[in-house]
Structures are given as C-alpha cells and as structure tokens.
Design a protein around this ligand. Structure first.
Ligand code: CP3
Length: 345
C-alpha cells in the first residue's frame, strides 16, 4: 500500500466511481489567491509570466498547497499556440487578450516548425512541478481546441459572438479548414511534449463551442479535435484526454462519441440527468458547479454541491466548476466547497 497509492482522479478517468469524487477547479491558480497576485506582480506581463518556468511552477503549486486539490493544472494559457504559429499575442490589463487579426486566406503563412522552440519553457514548468506534487495529486496539461484558438486569432481578441470567424468558416471553407489543420497539428505536438514532460492527463478547452449549427460543429469542433487526438495517440501517448466543448448543448453526445475523448467536462447549463442518459456508458464526466454559486457561498453553495453529487452518483465523476473561478471568490468559500464534498458520508 505504500508505493502503490493510486491517484483518485486517474481512477475516475479509468472508469471507476470514487466517492467522494476527486476535485479541482478551473483557473484554480489565479487572482482570487493573494499568493498568486504576489508572484504575478513579479512578471513583466502575462505572456512573460507563462514563459517563466520558475514563476509558472510556483503558481501551479500554490492551490495544491493551500487546498490539497486532487489535480494540479499547468499554469499557461491557450493563447501560447498562436505564438508558436507565428502570431503576435499580448494582454491588456482589464481588457483581456489581443492578437493581430488574422486573415484565413493567409493560412499557409502559419508556422509549423517552431513549436518546440517556442513552447519548450512550458515543458520546463511541468518538469519542475511534477516532482513536487503529493503522491495522490494528478498533473493535468492542456491546450485550447482549434476552434476556440481560431476565434481569438481571427477576431483579434475576445468577441461577443465570434461572427467574423463564423463568416470565414462558411465563406472560405478550404482556407479555413487548412488553418484548422495547422492549429491542430501544432496543438498535437504541444500536447505530446506536455505528456513527455510529465502531464498525466490532457484537457482540451473549447470555450466557444456554443451556438454553432451542426454542420459547422462537425467541421470546426469534431473534426479538428479528432485530428489532435489521433495524432497524440499515433505518437504513443496514451494518457486520458478530457474534452470541454463549452456550450455545445445537444451536441455534447456527438462530441463524446466522435472525437475520441476519454471524458467530457460540462458547463453549468447542462442538465445532469440528461447528460447522464445520453453519454456513452461509463464515460467519466467533469463539472459543473456554477462559479456564481461558489462566489455566493452559504446555503446556496451547499445545496448546489449536494445536488451535483446526488445527480451523478454511480457515474465516474470529477467535481469541478462549469467555467473558471472568478477573482472575487473568497478563499473561505473554496474551503467550504471542499469540506462539503469531502465530509459527505
Ligand atoms: O486553470 C488554470 O488554473 C490553469 C491556467 C489557465 C489560464 N488560462 C490562466 C490564466 C488556463 C487553463 C487558461 C485557459 C484559457 N485561457 C481559456 C479557456 C478556458 C476559459 O476560461 O474559457 C481561455 C479562453 C483563455 C484566454 C484568456 N486568458 C483570457 C480570455 C484571459 C483574460 C481573462 C481574465 O480573466 O483576465 C486570460 C488570462 C488568464 N489566463 C489569467 C489566468 C490566471 C488571468 C490573467 C492575470 O492573472 O493577469
């Protein structure tokens, strides 16, 4: 029983039901932690921060030390892949990410040969974190999915409804799909590198999967995700992969069946009983507490935690939020959440 301590999160991803479920939070390394803000203030800017293995490793470990979450998630950002593709990316405080808008007709200019050169510091972060993790803590690596990354590239930053990107996908299908293939190939290489540097699980964030008609969903979400997973598997990387097509709604089951993911993460809007009935038998599910309930705390938080635990009883479940933790969440609410999950008999 000593050198064989099994990690609860890996057991769930292998299809086991673990009670209480393992728990981690999206954006668990972030501004709601004073110790994060302190380290953040030492970096010149956010991109520099991500590319500084010492700082990134430190903030990856902070929430593990403080809360003992079941997983550490690599501190980085989904917008590092556009940098590897040769695009400029910067962050404006209070406004979020900015990129030089990209014309999909120029897709052949995206660089495929700089992945290792640009992204190796991220591998370095993983190599620093892994030996410092408690035995029961799982290391998660991640990347953005091509559609979500493409929306930032084409729009030049965040946008309300990704309209320009959707127009480009309909108007120039060949160039658009060519761009998606390039993003997918660099992303696959990046994920393979992460696994080789110690990531035990990989997660694909498709934060803007919402609102797409089925033919587009198939082209820009399912096909590129499948392409990444096929490439990762072809490289001999067999770690579990969690897919998070946020806002996919009724298309979640197709995503779960057709992309090759091991598990799916669901957003706050998904009815747990419905997803339970439409997911492939035994597929692990991660989610999906409302970040606003965590912010609110008190009785509302307790009853939401109970409802989620009850509704997924019998299904392999990783407890998490339906989207990232907000900077205004009191640490005491995170403690309350963990106590509620872990003290349920
Ligand atoms: O979850 C984690 O703790 C790991 C690190 C992580 C970050 N971003 C750190 C971060 C992860 C997994 C991401 C993913 C990410 N980044 C997504 C997908 C998930 C989602 O939230 O939908 C997206 C769309 C991005 C792009 C991005 N990065 C945006 C839109 C912003 C600005 C929003 C904001 O809160 O300011 C970021 C910045 C960012 N990425 C921060 C953190 C901790 C905050 C920046 C800071 O500390 O100054």
């Amino acid at each position: 029983m000593n050198d064989m301590i099994e990690k609860p999160l890996l057991r769930v991803l292998a299809g086991e039901t673990v009670s209480p479920p393992p728990v981690w939070l999206m954006r668990q390394a972030g501004r709601y932690l004073a110790e994060y803000r302190e380290v953040r203030s030492r970096a010149k800017n956010f991109i520099d921060f991500c590319f500084s293995p010492d700082l990134a490793a430190e903030v990856t470990l902070q929430p593990i030390r403080r809360f003992g979450f079941d997983a550490a998630i690599l501190f980085a950002d989904i917008l590092l892949v556009p940098i590897a593709l040769g695009r400029k990316v910067w962050f404006v405080t209070g406004e979020g990410p900015k990129l030089e808008p990209f014309n999909v007709l120029d897709f052949e200019q995206l660089t495929l040969n700089q992945t290792e050169a640009v992204l190796s510091p991220i591998g370095e972060t993983l190599k620093q974190v892994v030996p410092q993790l408690p035995d029961q803590t799982t290391m998660i690596g991640f990347a953005g999915s091509p559609w979500t990354v493409a929306t930032y590239m084409v729009e030049g930053g965040g946008s309300k409804d990704r309209f320009k990107t959707r127009v480009a996908a309909w108007e120039h299908p060949e160039a658009f799909d060519g761009m998606m293939d390039r993003i997918a190939d660099v992303t696959a290489e990046y994920l393979i590198m992460q696994a080789r540097c110690g990531a035990e699980v990989l997660k694909l964030f498709d934060s803007w999967a919402e609102g797409l008609p089925e033919p587009l969903f198939e082209r820009v979400i399912i096909r590129p995700t499948r392409r990444i997973i096929d490439a990762v598997r072809a490289a001999g990387v067999d770690v579990p992969i969690i897919g998070f097509p946020r806002g996919a709604g009724t298309l979640y089951p197709r995503y779960a069946r057709e992309t090759g993911v091991t598990a799916i993460a669901v957003d706050t809007g998904v009815d747990p009983a419905w997803i339970q009935s439409v997911l492939p038998q035994g597929m692990p599910v991660q989610g999906h507490l409302d970040p606003a309930a965590l912010r609110a705390g008190g009785a509302a938080l307790n009853s939401e935690v109970d409802r989620l635990l009850d509704s997924w009883e019998g299904r392999p479940h990783i407890f998490n939020l339906g989207h990232g933790i907000t900077p205004d969440v009191p640490v005491a609410h995170v403690e309350q959440l963990l106590a509620r999950i872990r003290n349920r008999a």
